[in-house]
Write a protein that binds this ligand. Sequence first.
Ligand code: NAD
Length: 494
Amino acid sequence: MQRISHWVNNKVVAGTSGNVGKVYNPATGEVQAEVDLASVAEVDAVVAVAKEAFVTWRATNLSRRAEIMFRMRELVDANRKELANIVSLEHGKVPSDAMGEIARGLENIEFACGIPAMLKGGYSEQASGGVDVYSIRQPLGVVAGITPFNFPAMVPMWMFANAIMCGNTFVLKPSEKDPSAAMFVADLLRQAGLPEGVFNVVHGDKVSVDRLLEHKDVQSISFVGSTPIAKYVYETGTKNGKRVQALGGAKNHMLVLPDADLDMAADAAVSAAYGSAGERCMAVSVVLAVDSVADALVDKLKSRIPNIKVGPGTDPAAEMGPLISREHRDKVASFVTNANAEGAKVVVDGTDKAKDAGFFLNPSLIDNVKPGMKCYDEEIFGPVLTVMRVKSYQEGLDTINANQFGNGTAIFTRDGGVARQFQFDVQVGMVGINVPIPVPVSYYSFGGWKASLFGDQHMYGPEGINFFTRGKVVTSRWPDPRTSSVNLGFPQNR
Ligand code: NAD
């Protein structure tokens, strides 16, 4: 059985805790590897290595750091396919979809190559007589990233590229469900010339997360995962004095107005709902069909579903793979199975596929969904698209704003004025106008509102740089014996 171990000082380090997790092939349901789960002592040892490496790394000049990140960019680019296959084998998403995640992650590495230009501070000459004032940004120290199963390559790239380019050293705790992508990326960083101890991977479960949250030498926590854990990580990390950005779950609504191009809206909804088997935090999970469009839109959605080819990543024709685990597959299926009893209408039931080996479901479509039903109130995170019928734009907007989550949303319309009003009014962090999955490009920042993000700074882009640095302001005067005197008054800028 393949064993996946930790990555410390640019090498694989075998676990010593005796605890292991099972890594499945979701397409067959079989265990294909075991992953070491770190003990408190093992986490402490990794943090100690990162702490020591920080001393030299923060002093490494910016052009040298950029040179390494540029090389990393080339290495990820050259190894896209291999990384996509690793992701596909453990996560289940088809390789073509995994290629998309790598492309979007790579954009974060490309952004990080240019960080020297963004670390420039301000300078005010002659703020007072002979006095200059300037600002600089410095790294935090050892920073940690805790990542979810659904983007095992991209989400770590959201974090480590900015973190290490800003001069921090990094400890990644990837999802124990698909840990191999992190190891592959770690080895690419080694090949790129990253010094030992700057990027480390510790595999684990709650034990290692809790240790990172309380460790006095860990300065910040970047977390992406489900809302209950994000809230816990935020509360525990900040209580222990750490800077925390914790991104949580989602329920993304797509509002379709009567003037929208319905075929375009249906194509977009189907792609965004069922891509990656719905296991995307930016997946569309609710279509809000306004007024007269509902019947036609539901028909168009329904007619597209049989064309979706569900199968393992090894089948080049497959467009949608299995879910991550048996438990998750069963939970997702239960939302569909219970929907009719809750008063909704199951238009397409994809749960039959659960009989197959592997953790498969076919796409499902549920109409007449309302707040108060489980399939609306909870994040499903699977290939289930729900439709809620609303009477007006206003009712659609109010529904979105009343939802506990605020990660992504989209409006489909030809009316620029309404779209602009929507962007003004909607209480959601990432908004698409005729764009169903509005993941911001790497030079903006990614993050939701409400229960989709705990903390002040969004992930990557300019806010990522703020998150991974601390500001310092220097007030400086070069000694001039002619102006020296004793003066106990508070300094004034005269
Ligand atoms: P998860 O919350 O179960 O796990 C995320 C991380 O937390 C993993 O590394 C896991 O090991 C760790 N963890 C799990 N339980 C823990 C506990 N009790 N204590 C401490 N640590 C714990 O999430 P997941 O199932 O891996 O990922 C899916 C979720 O992530 C979905 O809710 C999805 O919406 C969300 N997500 C959000 C975003 C975003 O940007 N907002 C992006 C991707 C995924």
